[in-house]
Design a protein around this ligand. Structure first.
Ligand SMILES: Nc1ncnc2c1ncn2[C@@H]1O[C@H](COP(=O)(O)OP(=O)(O)O)[C@@H](O)[C@H]1O
Ligand SMILES: [Mg+2]
Length: 238
C-alpha cells in the first residue's frame, strides 16, 4: 500500500500574539504510513501539539499542504473538516475530556450516536470497554474512576468506531509509569491486531520504546526520523 495516510508538505504555522509572531512550524515535512505507530518527540515548544492539531483538521496551516487520506484539507470547509474528524479520526488528549455526566459506557456510545450508527451501539461500546479491561467500570462516571482508568475510557472512545487514524497528544502525561506502560501496550496491541495507525506525541522515553518509528521535532522542523521496527504482535493481552 503506497498511499500515505497523511502527507504534511512544507508546512508553516504562525501564531500572532499581539505584535509578536511565533513560528511554531517552519517548513515541516512528514509522511505517515498505514500501520505506523509513530511517536513525535521533541522539547516543549518544538511544535508537537501544533502538528497534531493540523493533522487532526482542528487547525489550518499558514502555508504548505496537509493531506489526510489523500484529501487536501485546504479544500474542505469547516463542516467537511468536522465530518472527517468524526468519521475517520480518533483523538486522545492529555486531559481526558470525558463528558462528566455520562458513564464510561455512555461516553463511548456517544461517538457512535454522533456518527449515526444504527444498530449494535451498546454491544460495540461494551466490547470495546471489555477489550481495554474496563467492562466492570462501564457504569461509572469519570469522577468515580482513577486517572489511568479515565484515560483508558478516552482511548476506548477514540477507537470504538475503528478510525483509520488515531491522534494522541501526550496521552500518558498524567499517568504513572505503570499506567503509561499499560496504555501504550494496549494501543500498540490495537495497531498490531487491527492495523490501525497511531500518531502520538510524548516526552516519555518509556513510551518511545513501543513506537515503530520516532520523529524528533526541534524548532518546528523534523530533525530526525528513525524507523525502529516493522512491528509484530507483541503478545500483550492488555
Ligand atoms: N494558540 C497559540 N497562540 C500562540 N502561540 C502558540 C499557540 N499554540 C502554540 N503556540 C506556540 O507555538 C510553539 C509550539 O507550541 P506547541 O505546538 O504547543 O509545542 P509542543 O507541543 O511541542 O510543546 C510554542 O512556542 C508555543 O508557545
Ligand atoms: Mg504539546
Amino acid at each position: 500500500m503506497n498511499t500515505n495516510l497523511v502527507d504534511v508538505r512544507n508546512v508553516t504555522k504562525d501564531f500572532h500574539n499581539g505584535r509578536i509572531t511565533v513560528e511554531a512550524l517552519r517548513g515541516l515535512d512528514l509522511a505517515v504510513h498505514e500501520g505506523d505507530f509513530l511517536a513525535i518527540v521533541g522539547p516543549s515548544g518544538s511544535g508537537k501539539t501544533t502538528l497534531l492539531n493540523l493533522i487532526g483538521a482542528l487547525d489550518v496551516a499558514t502555508s504548505g499542504d496537509v493531506l489526510i487520506f489523500g484529501q487536501d484539507l485546504a479544500a474542505l470547509n469547516r463542516r467537511e473538516r468536522a465530518e472527517l474528524r468524526l468519521m475517520s479520526l480518533g483523538f486522545v488528549f492529555q486531559a481526558y475530556n470525558l463528558i462528566p455526566v455520562l458513564t464510561a459506557l455512555e461516553n463511548v456510545k456517544f461517538v457512535l450516536e454522533l456518527q449515526g450508527v444504527d444498530g449494535g451501539r451498546h454491544e460495540r461500546a461494551m466490547s470495546t470497554l471489555e477489550d481495554l479491561s474496563l467492562g466492570e467500570l462501564a457504569n461509572r462516571r469519570p469522577n468515580e474512576m482513577s486517572g489511568g482508568q479515565q484515560q483508558r475510557v478516552a482511548v476506548a472512545r477514540a477507537i470504538v468506531s475503528r478510525p483509520r487514524l488515531v491522534l494522541a497528544d501526550e496521552p500518558t502525561a498524567n499517568l504513572d509509569s505503570e499506567n503509561s506502560e499499560a496504555l501504550l501496550r494496549m494501543m500498540r496491541g490495537l495497531r498490531d491486531k487491527h492495523g490501525m495507525t497511531f500518531v502520538f506525541s510524548t516526552h516519555d522515553p518509556l513510551v518511545m520504546a513501543h513506537a515503530t518509528r520516532v520523529v524528533t521535532l526541534l524548532d518546528g522542523r523534523v530533525v530526525s526520523d528513525e524507523v525502529k521496527s516493522a512491528g509484530t504482535v507483541t503478545g500483550s493481552t492488555n
